[in-house]
Design a protein around this ligand. Structure first.
Ligand code: GCO
Length: 255
């Protein structure tokens, strides 16, 4: 394995990683040498996910907390401090979807999506960055965007707004933290075959639209995001700042 992409000796916290894209990120980073800390809100699901990794010989710990709850985020980082653990790599992956026309959307629903997908990245990013800055050794923060960081789609307004916000939060963090040797970048996944997209995958019309609209002609697989994450988590990206890399089978490149 080339040193340039090695994550040996690094600890990575991946939010929302008991399944789906988050789990794929955790596995990809672990395979490249990182110790991983899995996060979610349901301890049972987290333990099960961690076992899948420890059985393969990786170090995987769990840290259950709600990424949208400021006090819970602060307490989680304090518990890491007490264990003497530092986060070198953070992937702000936790996210939810809620599909409803804007005219039927309640303010509480709007806030729930924006808090979970966007405010969480600010809160967890803030706690991680404070410590990275204090240590003076830099770090890596990877925020998870979406095709909706660029383009809207009917019925997913709060998701679209939160993911557009992720792109700008990535730049705002870069403006303040890049001088501290912290590289903050984002990954924008295309249409991926995950549980969150089950309703879309099982809709023949939507499935057909994704396949015809994507130059690669198919949905993406969660594992196919690992390469971009490893790059953005490693030394290989030490002068890459504030970017969003789309891993989307070419969807954003064409009409
Ligand atoms: C949707 C999907 C989104 C997409 C994503 C692609 O409802 O549009 O659930 O999560 O998968 O926007 O980047």
């Amino acid at each position: 394995m080339s040193e340039l992409f090695s994550l040996k000796g690094k600890t990575a916290l991946i939010t929302g990683s008991s399944r789906g894209l988050g789990f794929a990120f955790a596995q990809g980073l672990a395979e490249h040498g990182a110790d991983v800390i899995l996060n979610g809100t349901r301890p049972e699901g987290l333990e099960k996910a961690a076992r899948q990794l420890t059985e393969k010989g990786f170090r995987a710990d769990t840290l259950a907390f709600d990424v949208a709850d400021e006090q819970a985020v602060i307490a989680a980082f304090e518990s890491l401090d007490q264990q003497g653990r530092q986060v070198d790599i953070l992937i702000n992956n936790a996210g939810i979807q809620l599909r409803k026309p804007l005219t039927e959307l309640a303010a509480a629903e709007w806030h729930r999506v924006v808090d979970t997908n966007l405010t969480s990245a600010f809160l967890v990013g803030r706690e991680a960055a404070k410590r990275m800055i204090a240590r003076g050794q830099g770090g890596k923060i990877i925020n998870i965007g979406s095709l909706t960081s660029e383009c809207a789609r009917a019925t997913v307004a709060p998701y679209t707004v939160s993911k557009g916000g992720i792109k700008m939060l990535t730049r705002a963090m870069t403006a303040e933290w890049a001088a501290h040797k912290i590289q903050i970048n984002a990954i924008g996944p295309g249409y991926m075959a995950t549980d969150m997209n089950e309703a879309l995958l099982s809709n023949p019309q939507f499935d057909g639209w994704v396949k015809s609209r994507t130059p690669a002609g198919r949905w993406g697989l969660p594992d196919e995001l690992a390469g971009a994450a490893i790059f953005l988590a490693s030394k290989a990206s030490d002068y890459v700042n504030g970017q969003i890399i789309y891993v989307d089978g070419g969807m954003l490149a064409v009409l």
